[in-house]
Design a protein around this ligand. Structure first.
Ligand code: HEC
Length: 434
């Protein structure tokens, strides 16, 4: 028995000395954490501008900050089933897409972290871990495959390929109307796959988009626009936007990605303000395209994967992510490339991720028997200016989204806003771990 003495003494000393040890998510007894089932639904093109227009019978109440659930309580499944098929809000329906998905949510915390465990059934009998590729056409490497709302995929010219994702939006009360209207505040005409999408040239000619050096319109908050309809092209000045940010008037948007973060046990970390931004620092994923040579930077390591590139047939049969230090080799332009060879568009790396963009370092999704189970560790009390710090004693407004069945942009299922409390009254009250 003697040999156990020293480690035990160390363990006791560690517990007495420092802050409480954070729970290892693998050892959390999730049976002791109550589960809440949320129904997420397909929103089609129900943008902020549509919701506030005379076409939406609820517009008057939406304008004064009224809650969606005042009129649409428990209607998620019905709304989703209608909106996913061809209708006035869905000009490009995707065959076989489900209108709603049930997500099982469990939330716990200790003195250091919040822990989220979420589960949902995928539409397909495979995990959506693949992402569009770079394809060699005999001369050049070009993007290949895309999400199912994209024109080339709808026309059947290329296969529908996109990574599954689970996204969490967090408001601490500083974003007007998020508590009542949730992620619909961020969804606007002009965004990708939304009505009235501007051309790239139009976006590039806009002062705000010039200032932030972006070529397309993505999620933004109404507070960052000057007109009552919060139009994409009526941006405030960067000074005004920075002031809103300093006052906390932004949303956290953190996303687990089956291809671009899960292989390295991470999620990304972003925020929504004038654009859907990533936090300062570096993401766990970066482009695999060398802009100078117009060739990939990396290929698969033949010694480890048995091939330098994949063929279309390989997808869905094996993991496809190119992971730094695991299965990658520097690209060899003279390796005898043939038409149809595929290498990933992104390189995924835990080591390269840095700064506030790398806060979600312990997020693991496992797909089994048609279901993803994602366990997510989010540190409490983050002090970065682009994070919403989760704190004990406080409640927050959350929005959840699932991207499934090879779709991105608006082709996801979303929740109405829900409150989450950490030692505070809320719809979902996180369980404090002992
Ligand atoms: C004052 C009540 C009211 C409020 C508040 C309200 N709506 Fe509606 N909404 C309606 C009515 C009524 C319809 C017409 C269809 C129906 O009866 O469900 C409708 C239709 C819709 C539709 C189209 C569905 C269809 O059947 O064509 C969507 C999507 C929608 N609302 C989303 C929202 C969202 C998101 C919010 C919150 C930002 C919201 N609504 C707030 C009353 C409301």
């Amino acid at each position: 028995m003697k040999r156990f003495k020293l480690p035990l003494a160390f363990a006791i000393a560690a517990v007495l000395a420092g802050p409480a040890l954070a729970a290892d998510p693998a050892t959390i007894d999730w049976k002791g954490v109550p589960a809440k089932t949320l129904t997420l639904f397909y929103p089609a093109q129900s943008t902020y501008q549509w919701l506030n227009s005379s076409e939406h019978p609820g517009a008057q109440m939406v304008k004064t900050g009224g809650a969606c659930v005042t009129c649409h309580k428990d209607a998620e499944e019905k709304l989703g089933n209608k909106l996913v098929k061809a209708n006035k809000l869905e000009p490009t329906p995707v065959d076989g897409k489900n209108g709603s998905v049930q997500v099982n949510v469990q939330i716990a915390y200790d003195n250091e972290n919040a822990y989220f465990r979420t589960q949902w059934k995928t539409r397909n009998n495979y995990p959506g871990e693949a992402y569009p590729f770079l394809r060699f056409d005999g001369k050049e490497w070009k993007p290949y495959g895309n999400q199912k709302l994209a024109a080339a995929i709808r026309k059947g010219e290329q296969p529908g390929i996109y990574e599954d994702r689970f996204a969490i939006m967090i408001d601490d009360g500083a974003v007007p109307n998020f508590a009542t209207q949730g992620c619909w505040l961020t969804c606007h005409n002009g965004e990708r796959d939304a009505p009235k999408q501007p051309t790239t040239a139009e976006v590039q000619a806009n002062p705000l988009y010039q200032a932030i050096k972006k070529n397309d319109v993505r999620k933004y908050l109404p507070s960052t626009r000057t007109d009552a309809l919060a139009s994409w092209d009526k941006g405030r000045s960067l000074d005004e936007i920075n002031k809103i940010k300093a006052e906390g008037g932004f949303l956290d948007l953190i996303q687990w990605r089956a291809h671009r973060s899960n292989p390295v046990g991470m999620a990304d970390d972003g925020y929504v303000l004038e654009f859907r931004n990533f936090d300062a620092g570096k993401n766990p994923f970066s482009s695999n395209m060398d802009p100078k040579s117009k060739q990939p930077k990396f290929m698969y390591d033949e010694k480890k994967t048995g091939k330098k590139a994949l063929a279309l047939d390989d997808i869905r049969k094996m993991p496809t992510a190119l992971v730094r230090g695991q299965n990658e080799a520097p690209f060899d332009p003279n390796a005898g490339w043939k038409e149809g060879d595929l290498v990933p568009q992104y390189i995924v790396s835990r080591e390269d991720a840095a700064g506030s963009a790398a806060d979600n370092k312990n997020v693991k999704g496992v797909w089994k028997d048609g279901m993803w189970t994602v366990v997510w560790v989010r540190p409490l009390n983050l002090a970065n200016p682009d994070d919403k710090a989760l704190k004990e004693g406080k409640a927050y407004n959350f929005g959840f989204a699932v991207h499934d069945e090879n779709m991105t942009s608006r082709g996801h299922q979303v929740s109405f806003p829900v409150t989450v409390g950490f030692g505070a009254k809320a719809t979902i009250e996180a369980t404090k771990l002992k």
